[in-house]
Design a protein around this ligand. Structure first.
Ligand code: AMP
Length: 404
């Protein structure tokens, strides 16, 4: 099935045209700084993925997508010449609230509920909804599917998803923990089950999505029972530019001391904290690791804190589950950094998670799903390669095929 994957962000658009049968991307598009005068969009077609760059200054995310569709039907390198050759559309949606517990076909009722979720992710959901509406107009007969970052975590029990705040904040504003990266955690758990050659329904897994953003999930018998991200993706681990969990009193303290506005405080916590805030170098883990190797103390502290917080999260989910069979590492850092994996698991051997240094080595192993613990490690350690666009395309394919 030829699936157009649409991943609309607050100021970006990622899109791919994917042939799900052979699991092959046929087109890749990235628009950045959308809404600003510097906005550009690159589009590349298989097989050589030579990038052409387009000026999309001032266009909204939905208008960028419209422009992409124009390019897709007019560029000779494109695999399609008519929009109706797209067989299905898979939309990534950041927040599905309590309305969506699974990947969903977007009919009129689902579309109405999507609007109700907008206030839960005011920067991300509205542009995604605009793209959906535009596509419903241009391609009225093509099924559209919504794949939610939050849906996988809708199985969390109330003791995990509730905050100890006055109840009316849950009743009136739906303030609770929703989690994120659900598509990635679900996929990592499925791939780990395949590696362990056991049914997912028998396993207790701790899945670690460690990229620019990061979250860890306790997956019991295939279901998310707890995850580190919360009401928004700011809670939990220390991330590239996000603080993760801190004492909430710090926020009001800084606001009072420095007269910060709400927006300024949001920016500090989301864009200026985490690995960037501590290291002062950047949010890219490779740069910070290089600086630490060269003796930079702040870079070393950032890595120490990053590792420690991951170790504590893994330990707390070990406690939350009745059994743990494996810890699964995925995303940019989880997949590629043998050094950070070694540091993380060096502190967890006493819990029965024992890394094999040779298997952990990445040489020739990038992109290979594998077990990297020693043979008799009581709890296995796995590495799994994630590909969000491919997952969205496959989930879209599965749902559309199911409902015919
Ligand atoms: P993602 O958000 O999944 O694309 O992951 C991005 C993060 O992965 C960035 O912080 C990168 O620096 C990091 N990353 C990618 N490759 C490596 C590597 N070989 N070693 C350490 N970090 C890496």
């Amino acid at each position: 099935m030829l699936v157009l994957v649409v991943n609309a962000g607050s100021s970006s658009l990622k899109s791919q045209l994917i042939e799900t049968h052979g699991k092959e991307a046929r087109m890749k598009c990235l628009a950045e700084k959308v809404g600003t005068p510097e906005a550009t969009m690159t589009v590349a077609f298989a097989p050589d993925f030579h990038k052409a760059t387009y000026d999309v200054a001032g266009l909204s995310v939905a208008r960028c997508l419209e422009k992409l569709l124009d390019i897709m039907v007019s560029d000779p390198a494109s695999p399609i010449s008519r929009l109706d050759q797209i067989e299905a559309i898979g939309n990534r949606i950041v927040a599905g609230g309590e309305f969506f517990t699974r990947t969903t076909l977007i009919d009129d009722a689902a579309r109405r509920n999507l609007t109700r979720c907008e206030e839960l992710a005011p920067l991300h959901n509205p542009p995604a909804d605009e793209c959906i509406d535009m596509l419903r107009t241009l391609l009225p007969n093509t099924p559209q599917v919504a794949v939610f970052d939050t849906a996988f975590h809708q199985t969390m029990p109330a003791k995990a998803y509730m905050y100890p705040l006055p109840m009316r904040y849950y009743d009136e504003y739906s303030i609770r923990r929703y989690g994120a990266h659900g598509t990635s955690h679900r996929y990592a758990a499925q791939q780990a089950a395949a590696l362990l050659e056991r049914p997912l329904s028998d396993l207790g897994l701790i899945t670690c999505h460690l990229g620019n953003g990061g979250s860890i999930t306790a997956v019991n018998h295939g279901k998310s029972i707890d995850t580190t991200m919360g009401f928004t993706p700011l809670e939990g681990l220390m991330m590239g530019t996000r603080s993760g969990s801190i004492d909430p009193a710090i926020i009001t303290y800084i606001m009072r001391r420095e007269g910060k506005t709400f927006d300024e405080m949001d920016k500090i916590l989301n864009n200026e904290s985490g690995v960037l805030g501590i290291s002062g170098i950047g949010s890219d883990m490779r740069d910070v690791l290089t600086a630490a190797e060269n003796g930079d103390d702040r870079a070393e502290l950032a890595i120490d804190m990053y590792v420690y917080r991951i170790q504590k999260a893994i330990g707390s989910y070990y406690a939350a589950m009745t059994r743990t069979d494996a810890v699964v590492m995925t995303a940019g850092i989880g997949e590629n950094s043998a050094h950070l994996r070694e540091r993380i698991f060096a502190g967890l051997a006493h819990m029965g998670m024992i890394l094999d240094k040779e298997r952990n080595d990445v040489t020739g192993q990038i992109g290979v799903n594998r077990i990297i613990s020693i043979d008799d490690s009581p709890i296995k350690i796995c590495v799994v390669t994630t590909n969000e666009e491919m997952r969205i395309a496959c989930e879209t394919n599965d749902l559309v095929s199911q409902i015919g």
